[in-house]
Design a protein around this ligand. Structure first.
Ligand SMILES: [Zn+2]
Length: 525
């Protein structure tokens, strides 16, 4: 079954359209929190995890302009620079640099991802190896990677800040299904939160054959997990799997909080997931290099952790601070990292600052992370970030009672393919309400077409490696080490036929679209 709805309305494409789309997205995001200019932020950072774990990371209550807070911030920045100088990366760059005013900070050149790559594996390390407990890497687009070294205190401060910001989510006795990939820092932060009394962690990393999706679902049911800590797509996949097994995620699973990060999580997707799971969605923001930067509050605004990092939003072309409430690049100076401190690190992330104080009462600045500058798409005169497209795509899917969609950007339009369940509203209108002026085609496809839950349920079983098998006993007759480690699913005839049919249908759709794109390119020439 394939239903096509095509809309063509490029004539209305205006810059105003894009602006109002931005505004509506910001409003839906909880569009809140207060204006923050480059440094008027309160901070109280001591490299002593005992102070931070209890009182230090509570919401900042002083006025952001209080002079003593400014003094604390300047002292913390000066200390960061002194620490950073112990690394090869900063030894010469920061020679003789002292921070007495925020203007001193703004005068320091930016540190780019390329700088980190050039510094090499040990170049960012500012502490002796004996003081380090964790190594992390983020892979760049070019294949080169950034190396990050962390001390126990570095990990602990991020973990405790997260726990302090969400005492109701992370509390004794609350089971956390930890689906963050093992190589990503949040996986370890969840474990630390649990170890320090913030719950019970079930390590279930999702890029790991130990815990394929069906087993994760079973673990959630068996343990009565109430927190799902994962990448944003995880609850989409687990939800589809649950429904395929006749379960209602909101009714039959115990999750009351979805703690999600690592990919865009725009408002429409948050709203859909919250409804599907009957749970609160909390957004997590940070990076391998900076560690935790912020989490979202009950009002849905992403607040910065001002005790952990000093954030500036700059206009990349001029290097000047972006106007209050405006968009710009996020530049981070870590205040608490000992292993690999960063001074004015250009995250490459484009953010939109909030203009108004947050409804939750927090004075900490809040922002919307739109995505990497190099991910921006130019679309018929519109400059869009994946965040905005995913928001509109999720809204269109929501109109068909679904969270499963895929977006293809074509030369003349945006194609949104949706595994629709039930039409509750017009998906095209829902998309256009978010992104007026962008030409969209909505293609409704059948169940399992975009996310093959049957195949997911049949991922290989993985066992401990063995070198011995007793063929006299019932069960598998293993002959090799690899066979012993892995058992591939053997789909039945009917299952194979369904899978093949879907493969062929997708291949046909791909061929038709590719031909269309080729013809469009030729017509342009
Ligand atoms: Zn708030």
């Amino acid at each position: 079954m394939t239903v096509l709805r095509v809309v063509s309305q490029s004539a209305e494409a205006t810059a105003d359209g894009a602006a109002s789309a931005n505004n509506s997205a910001a409003a839906a995001a909880g569009g809140t929190a207060h204006v923050y200019a480059g440094g008027s932020r309160a901070v109280n950072c001591r490299l002593d995890s005992s102070t931070l774990s209890s009182a230090g990371c509570a919401p900042v209550t002083q006025s952001p302009r209080a002079p003593e807070a400014q003094d604390d911030l300047l002292a913390a920045l000066d200390a960061t620079i002194a620490r950073a100088r112990r690394s090869e990366l900063y030894r010469e760059r920061l020679a003789g640099v002292r921070v007495r005013t925020l203007a001193d900070v703004a005068a320091i050149p930016l540190t780019t991802r390329a700088d980190l790559q050039q510094a090499g594996v040990n170049g960012t390390r500012a502490a002796p190896l004996a003081a380090i407990c964790h190594y992390g890497e983020s892979s760049g687009t070019s294949g080169a990677s950034n190396s990050v070294w962390l001390t126990p205190g570095d990990l602990d401060r991020s973990a405790q800040a997260m726990r302090a910001a969400h005492p109701d989510v992370f509390a004794p006795g609350r089971v956390i299904l930890n689906r963050f990939p093992f190589m990503a820092a949040p996986a370890h932060l969840m474990q630390l939160i649990a170890q320090s009394g913030g719950g019970v962690a079930v390590p279930a990393g999702n890029i790991n054959w130990d815990v394929p999706f069906p087993r994760a679902l079973e673990l959630a049911q068996r343990t009565g997990a109430c927190v799902l800590a994962a990448l944003p797509l995880e609850p989409v996949v687990l939800g589809a799997l649950a429904r395929a097994r006749g379960l209602d995620p909101a009714r039959d699973l115990g999750f009351d909080a979805l703690f999600l990060g690592g990919a865009p999580l725009p408002p429409a997707l948050q709203a859909r997931l919250a409804r599907d799971w009957g749970a609160r969605v909390i957004e997590l923001y940070g990076s391998t290099e900076t560690m935790l930067l912020g989490t979202s509050c009950t009002a849905g605004a992403l607040h910065l952790e001002t005790t952990l990092a000093h954030c500036e939003v700059i206009v990349p072309e001029t290097g000047e601070p972006a106007p209050p409430g405006g968009e710009g690049r996020l530049v981070v100076t870590t205040l608490s990292l000992e292993g690999s401190p960063l001074v004015r690190f250009d995250t490459g992330d484009v953010v939109r600052q909030s203009r108004v104080p947050c409804r939750c009462g927090s004075l900490r600045p809040s922002l919307t992370v739109l995505g990497r500058a190099d991910e921006r798409l130019d679309l018929a005169g519109h400059r869009l970030y994946p965040y905005e497209l995913i928001d509109a795509g999720a809204a269109a899917a929501d109109a068909l009672a679904s969270a499963i969609f895929f977006i293809a950007v074509l030369p003349d339009r945006v194609l949104v393919r949706i595994e629709g369940l039930q039409a509750v509203a017009d998906p095209v209108a829902a998309f256009r309400a978010r992104l007026p002026g962008v030409v969209v085609e909505v293609e409704e496809v059948g169940p399992n077409e975009l996310l093959d839950v049957e195949m997911l349920s049949r991922s290989p079983r993985v066992y401990k490696p063995i070198v011995l098998a007793d063929w006299r006993r019932p069960g598998r007759k293993v002959l090799t080490v690899v066979e012993g480690m892995m058992e591939w699913p053997r789909p039945g005839w009917a299952e194979s036929r369904r899978w093949l049919t879907r493969k062929l249908r997708t291949a046909r759709r791909r061929r038709r679209l590719a031909r269309e794109v080729r013809l469009a390119a030729r017509a342009e020439r």
